[in-house]
Design a binder for this molecule. Structure first.
Ligand SMILES: Nc1nc2c(ncn2[C@@H]2O[C@H](COP(=O)(O)OP(=O)(O)OP(=O)(O)O)[C@@H](O)[C@H]2O)c(=O)[nH]1
Ligand SMILES: [Mg+2]
Length: 241
């Protein structure tokens, strides 16, 4: 199975310099066979850093947003599965080799969970964990509305995940923004796909600023859930159930 590591960036130069030395070059043992950056219009030298290090960069041109970056990866990178990675310190590069065995075992989607037993969320050391609680609420909503017979998923939102090409083709993903992973999980439930999770340790962002501001992003999640509830389900289930 050919797995492509897809690195997602928008103005992450400082983080990239710190995180990328821990991301192995593609090859046996790395857990992926190719690496491509999808960049959402960086102006801080992120693109130049990758080019200097001989890593292919695909620019998003006019299709901005993290969700579009996923779709551009599916269109422009040839692979059997895509492993998405954000090089800002949140995602532990030590987990990169854990995706392949779970994909090769027949799972359509593999998620590094910040919420399951054995995992650590970036807010776990705080008393007030607003982002974690909101994520758990959105997660509960997705499971309750869509999971059917699928076992409960603990982290339907995390971006550190892999998906096979055939699953990506089937789900008709079109979210332009930070709701892309949530849409993917909700549609995978509806399509009866197999999702596996393993526990991860979420780190703190190592430099720079977030681009996902809590309130507008939360509102987008509510809208994404509502849109999914009202959608005609037959496109994912071939109308048979
Ligand atoms: N390609 C691409 N990447 C993006 C875009 N927007 C954000 N990203 C990247 O997606 C990753 C996750 O975004 P963050 O801003 O870290 O969001 P977050 O992890 O919820 O927030 P933090 O807690 O600050 O880390 C980062 O690597 C961003 O650079 C975009 O429009 N296109
Ligand atoms: Mg982040």
């Amino acid at each position: 199975m050919k797995i492509a590591l897809i690195i997602l960036t928008r103005n992450e130069r400082d983080c990239v310099e710190i995180v990328m030395p821990d991301v192995p070059a593609p090859g046996p043992g790395a857990g992926y066979d190719d690496v491509v950056v999808i960049d959402g219009g960086s102006t801080d030298g992120t693109v130049e850093w990758f080019e200097e290090n001989d890593i292919r960069v695909v620019g998003q041109q006019s299709r901005r947003g993290r969700g579009h970056a996923f779709q551009i990866a599916f269109e422009s990178v040839e692979a059997d599965a895509y492993l998405f990675f954000s090089p800002d310190g949140n995602e532990d590069p030590a987990d990169l080799p854990k995706f392949r065995p779970l994909l090769e075992a027949g799972n359509d989607i593999v998620i590094a969970s910040r919420m399951m037993k054995g995992a650590h969320n970036e807010e776990d050391d705080q008393l007030i964990r607003l982002r974690k609680w909101a994520n758990n609420a959105f997660n509960f909503m997705a499971n309750t509305a869509f999971r059917g017979k699928h076992p409960y998923i603990s982290d339907s939102i995390n971006g550190y995940r892999a998906i096979t090409k055939s699953a990506a083709d089937r789900l008709l993903l079109d979210a332009p923004d930070y709701t892309i992973e949530y849409q993917m999980t909700m549609r995978a439930f509806q399509a009866g796909l197999k999702i596996a999770e393993f526990p991860t340790n979420e780190g703190q962002r190592v430099a720079g600023d977030t681009q996902a501001h809590a309130i507008p992003t939360g509102l987008r999640f509510i809208k994404a859930f509502w849109t999914e509830l009202r959608r005609d389900k037959s496109s994912l289930t071939d109308g048979s159930d």
